[in-house]
Design a protein around this ligand. Structure first.
Ligand code: SF4
Length: 284
């Protein structure tokens, strides 16, 4: 938990569900603004929040604001959009299980429950800890898909680049428990760092640690000056992508390599969550 975390603030909004236009998008929602996890890759969501004038500084980004009328908004919006929704992703622009904020976890669980009661599947991505409650089949759909972002096992790297997120081993344990309960799990292995950023970079060890999941999405690190200085970056990522593909084939794991990571993109694998459309399920 982040010792300097700020008090949670609340706000009301007029809408919640929206259709995403990104590489992998179906419907999504962000019931929190900002993110106390404070990733320094940098975080794409934070860059957007700055660009659109929603925050001014990194310190602003660390102060989450919970949309307190999220459930009421869903009551209005689900009947309106349901026929067009294949699944809803939580979240593209924040983290639904933000460490140290039980109120956020509580709202996230209620939202997943409400979507499922309306026969809408949820896909969820976090750098926090999944509550074991999600294994309760009376409250949450068995069709939901749960993912963690995991790009390293080096806690020193985590401290520097994902300062307030859950420890890697705890993140992984919570995902493994969902898998052991029979739920679908996946890994967002992006933005994968170059070795000049993660001194203990070890892709084969990382892949071994996530062998149990159903899907892996692998992608390069963008927007980082130090990473872009790494000599032979394109070859490095191409080699990593080949390693991921061969590992996934060997262990019967679905995979998608994000566009721009390999020298030649394979667009056939972009349909992991829905077979007709491509989706990018990441918050960075
Ligand atoms: S990358 Fe994701 S978890 Fe990290 S600060 Fe951004 S939104 Fe939060």
């Amino acid at each position: 938990m982040n010792k300097t975390k700020s008090k949670l603030r609340y706000k009301k909004r007029k809408s919640l569900l929206y259709k995403s236009g990104v590489e992998y998008g179906d419907w999504c929602l962000n019931h929190i603004e900002n993110c106390a996890h404070g990733c320094k890759f940098p975080c794409y969501a934070m860059m957007m929040a700055k660009r659109f004038g929603k925050i001014k500084t990194y310190a602003d980004w660390l102060c989450p604001i919970l949309v307190e009328n999220s459930l009421e908004l869903l009551d209005k919006e689900i009947p309106k959009y349901k026929k067009n929704i294949d699944f809803v992703h939580l979240c593209f622009m924040t983290d639904p299980f933000m460490c140290g904020y039980p109120e956020i976890e509580d709202m996230t669980l209620k939202i997943i429950g409400k979507l499922n009661q309306n026969d809408i599947k949820a896909t969820v991505l976090t750098k926090g800890i999944f509550p074991i409650e999600l294994t309760n089949a009376n409250k949450y759909s068995q069709k939901n898909e749960y993912g963690i972002t995991l790009v390293s096992l080096n806690e020193d790297f985590k401290k520097e680049f994902e300062p307030n997120t859950a420890k890697y081993n705890k993140r992984l344990d919570s995902l493994r428990k969902l898998h052991e309960a029979g739920l679908k799990t996946w890994i967002s292995m992006e933005p994968y760092p170059t070795p000049n950023l993660d001194k203990k970079e070890n892709l084969s060890k990382l892949l071994e640690s996530v062998k149990f999941v159903d899907k892996i999405i692998f992608g390069k690190l963008n927007y980082n000056v130090v990473s872009s200085r790494y000599k032979g970056g394109m070859d490095f990522y191409n080699k990593c992508a080949e390693m991921v593909i061969s590992f996934c084939k060997k262990h019967d794991i679905e995979y998608h390599i994000k566009f721009g990571t390999q020298k030649t993109d394979n667009k056939k694998t972009k349909v992991l969550f829905k077979k007709e459309k491509a989706k990018q399920l990441t918050c960075v």
